[in-house]
Design a protein around this ligand. Structure first.
Ligand code: SF4
Length: 361
């Protein structure tokens, strides 16, 4: 009988394609099966989103049973799905150990963007973010990240949303604090499921080693930086991580990312009335964005119930937009999506999705 201490069988959804192929080849070899069996299973995983081994109907029943005994397909259970008046759809998923995580589908006229979570909760404690206030539960596995994509893809097809065209790692958690799972999940989504690297954006509040690692990858994944202030002292108040990797160090890492070539970078700037919207900050933000070739999303703050902060006034937001634009920076003001279903993944960044995923593809 299984006990809590028993390790779970290997989750095939968590393996990058090369490793998956080698693992399946080894498995079928020991069972004296032909090599094409591995390719059959990979097709069922990557192309058909099979939820169980039993669905792999071109494999003999004995082989399906053997796979089920040796491995698992780490699907997530759907807890709830909420659909906004604007079509934005939030999935609340339940993991095998009862953690609840969110992903959000955002339809626009020419694309369907999926916002993924990388952690259950978040340890970063950003002051403007509901997830940050709720604390860290655990890292997600690569399989759990990929499973959000698979489940969302199935749901979108059933509901007539069409194919997912873009992915942003912008849900719960700091992706670059969970690089052990995020890196393989990027590879799996790109190589296994065929989502182009330039259609995948990783969002961070400024984990410098993670930005450098992303710059070193050959694929041109995009980067979104939650900036929220162009000056160190104020940024520290908003993002505690700023103390660990202060702006000068962060700018060096962003420069490396820019210099890696062919990659798009976006700054997210949540506009909080009387906090980070002073007129003198606008040219500083513009200069920083210009030097790093970054697109800027200005995002009106989405109030958190237990906090007194309010969004900047439309006039102040327009002032920032004008200053940035006049200084040659590509800038957009992002209207919130799915507000009626609280679809910002517990934070504000989802508001910027449409521009981020659309800016370079
Ligand atoms: S903004 Fe992102 S990194 Fe900061 S607390 Fe929220 S989820 Fe974590």
């Amino acid at each position: 009988m299984s006990t809590r201490a028993d390790p779970l069988p290997t989750d095939l959804l968590a393996l990058v394609p090369d490793v998956l192929q080698a693992e399946l080849a080894r498995h079928f070899e020991t069972r004296r099966q032909k090599a094409f069996r591995a390719r059959q299973v990979m097709r069922w995983i990557f192309e058909t989103d099979a939820r169980t081994f039993d669905e792999m109907t071109d494999l003999p029943a004995g082989e399906r049973a053997a796979l089920a005994a040796a491995y698992r397909l780490g699907e997530l259970d759907v807890d709830t799905v909420s659909v906004s008046q604007d079509g934005t759809a939030k999935h609340l998923w339940k993991t095998h150990d009862g953690e609840l995580i969110e992903s959000v589908l955002i339809p626009t006229h020419d694309r369907l963007t999926l916002c993924l979570s990388s952690q259950a909760g978040c340890a970063m404690g950003c002051t403007f973010c509901a997830t940050g206030w709720s604390g860290f539960r655990r890292h997600l596995t690569a399989g759990e990240i990929v499973a959000q994509y698979r489940g969302s893809r199935r749901w979108a097809a059933e509901q007539g949303y069409g194919p997912i065209t873009n992915i942003v790692y912008m849900g719960m958690g700091e992706p670059l604090a969970n690089r052990a799972a995020v890196h393989p999940s990027l590879t799996i989504l790109n190589q296994g499921y065929g989502v182009g690297a330039r259609r995948i954006t990783v969002s961070t509040v400024g984990v410098v080693p993670g930005i450098l690692e992303l710059a070193e990858r050959p694929e041109q994944f995009k980067l979104a930086l939650s900036l929220h202030s162009p000056v160190e002292a104020l940024r520290q108040e908003l993002i505690p991580l700023e103390k660990r990797w202060p702006l000068p160090q962060l700018i060096e890492a962003l420069s490396a990312f820019r210099d890696a070539g062919g990659r798009r970078m976006t700054f997210e700037y949540t506009m909080i009335g009387g906090v980070n919207d002073a007129p003198e900050l606008a040219p500083k933000l513009a200069d920083l964005a210009y030097s790093l070739h970054a697109f800027v999303n200005l995002i009106p703050f989405n109030p958190i119930p237990w906090q007194s902060w309010r969004p900047s006034s439309p006039e102040r937001i327009e002032h920032f937009r004008t200053v940035l634009s006049d200084r040659g920076v590509d800038v957009a003001v992002r209207e919130p999506r799915g507000r009626d279903i609280d679809a910002a993944c517990g934070q504000l960044r989802a508001n910027a999705l449409v521009q981020i995923e659309g800016s370079g593809s």
